[in-house]
Design a protein around this ligand. Structure first.
Ligand SMILES: *[C@@H]1O[C@H](CO)[C@@H](O)[C@H](O)[C@H]1NC(C)=O
Ligand SMILES: *[C@@H]1O[C@H](CO)[C@@H](O)[C@H](O)[C@H]1NC(C)=O
Ligand SMILES: *[C@@H]1O[C@H](CO)[C@@H](O)[C@H](O)[C@H]1NC(C)=O
Ligand SMILES: *[C@@H]1O[C@H](CO)[C@@H](O)[C@H](O)[C@H]1NC(C)=O
Length: 367
């Protein structure tokens, strides 16, 4: 082979490599709730939610329950795969000796953005867990000395890490709505929840995080649990896709406030990259055109549940007696009435990676 051809071959190989692996995150640190818990609640004993430790949870991909609130992989798992990283180990597994070299997942199913005291003071005493965002942040701080030894080595480690702050906050509203709070009343919670999320984001930046992704809330008005608990005889309460308008408007309001707060953080920390993940917009795309996305079972009805128009029955929730999982979860977006299927999470993760639902896109990090 002559030199010119060899040069071209090397050039093409290099370009090809750069295009297929444009990223170099070496680890992922995640904070959140059941949308991204990869096993913490289960490792803690899962007293509040024991069915998470049994099939049909996990039936599609892992073929056994892993503590993920889905039939398979979550958004965080698909992001890890995209960067050729191992699945992010739950914090409680790291405490038992699993390696934290490629990151740690602090997310805890049921977790809130606000601390448990906030809810106790308001007589909201149904929390699944007290492991709020602040508690998770303190776990991160406690673990830090095991990850890196001084400021320089920590900065170097965290610069190559992706920090996911959420989704978190959805439960703060769930707990309040399920106990009968109205949208108007709950709007007063939004600045507090958004403040907790942006405070945690700032705290991580102060700890050395340079690449952060902060997701918004899902269109809760399209979820089987809300559609069932807040079923209305009034047609005007629904949009043309069958979702409850008031709850979606509430989620949008939360998201608009998060986006504003992130803009302010970007001004304060111009050297870090803060990505907003538009879970709402990504999910709405398959709610608008379910068939186009392969969701032949529909997007409002849960795959796994105990009957009713949305296959969500509070007396027979997925995993409990009287419930049943659908044959093929890949044709549903909603898994158990509250959480999404692996198929839906895959779609959303790809939309974050290619930038159609994240600003800026996850995959455009300069090398
Ligand atoms: C909470 O409940 C207790 C006992 O039922 C009651 O005395 C108290 O006033 C309630 N507090 C609020 C803030 O509603
Ligand atoms: C949360 O904390 C309260 C007050 O300390 C306690 O009574 C409750 O059992 C805790 N809940 C959980 C799920 O750990
Ligand atoms: C909900 O579950 C209970 C308990 O299994 C059952 O008796 C009831 O018929 C179910 N409701 C619907 C609407 O399927
Ligand atoms: C990005 O990914 C989403 C979800 O898989 C897909 O619908 C969309 O077409 C993709 N966009 C581009 C520009 O590749």
């Amino acid at each position: 082979m002559n030199c010119k051809i060899l040069f071209l071959v090397i050039l093409f190989l290099t370009l090809g490599l750069a295009l297929s692996i444009p990223q170099n995150y070496e680890s992922i640190f995640n904070f959140g709730d059941s949308l991204s818990d990869t096993g913490n609640l289960l490792l803690s004993g899962a007293l509040a939610f024991p069915v998470i430790g049994q099939l049909p949870y996990g039936k599609t991909f892992f073929q056994h329950a892993t503590g993920r609130c889905s039939d398979g992989r979550l958004i965080i798992d698909f992001i890890a795969e995209a960067f050729s990283l191992p699945y992010v180990p739950p914090y409680l597994a790291v405490k038992q000796g699993q390696s934290a070299q490629h990151g740690v997942n602090f997310a805890f199913a049921g977790a809130t953005a606000l601390d448990a005291e906030f809810f106790f003071e308001r007589n909201i005493s149904i929390l699944w867990t007290n492991n709020s965002l602040n508690v998770q942040l303190n776990w991160f701080r406690d673990l830090k000395s095991d990850l890196c030894s001084d400021k320089e080595s920590c900065d170097d480690f965290f610069k190559k890490s992706l920090f996911m702050v959420g989704e978190i906050g959805g439960n703060d509203y769930n707990y309040a709505f399920f106990l009968g709070g109205g949208s108007k009343q709950l709007r007063s919670m939004v600045p507090l929840v958004v403040g907790a999320i942006t405070d945690a984001t700032s705290a991580l930046i102060e700890e050395g995080a340079a690449e952060l992704m902060v997701p918004g809330n899902f269109p809760i008005g399209c979820s089987a649990v809300y559609l069932t608990l807040f079923e209305s005889p009034n047609k005007e309460d629904y949009d043309r896709h069958g979702c409850l308008k008031a709850f979606n408007a509430f989620a949008k309001y939360h998201n608009s406030q998060i986006k504003k707060a992130l803009d302010m953080l970007r001004q304060k920390y111009p050297h870090v990259r803060i990505m907003y993940a538009d879970y709402y917009g990504a999910a709405m795309r398959f709610v608008h055109t379910p068939l186009h996305h392969g969701f032949y079972g529909g997007t409002l009805k849960a795959c796994c549940g105990g009957g009713g128009p949305y296959n969500f029955n509070n007396s027979a929730r997925c995993g409990h007696a009287g419930s049943e999982a659908c044959q093929d979860p890949s044709i549903y977006s909603n898994w158990d009435g509250i959480h999404l299927t692996e198929a839906a999470y895959r779609y959303i993760a790809l939309a974050l990676i290619n930038g159609s639902s994240s600003q800026p896109p996850l995959l455009s990090r300069p090398l």
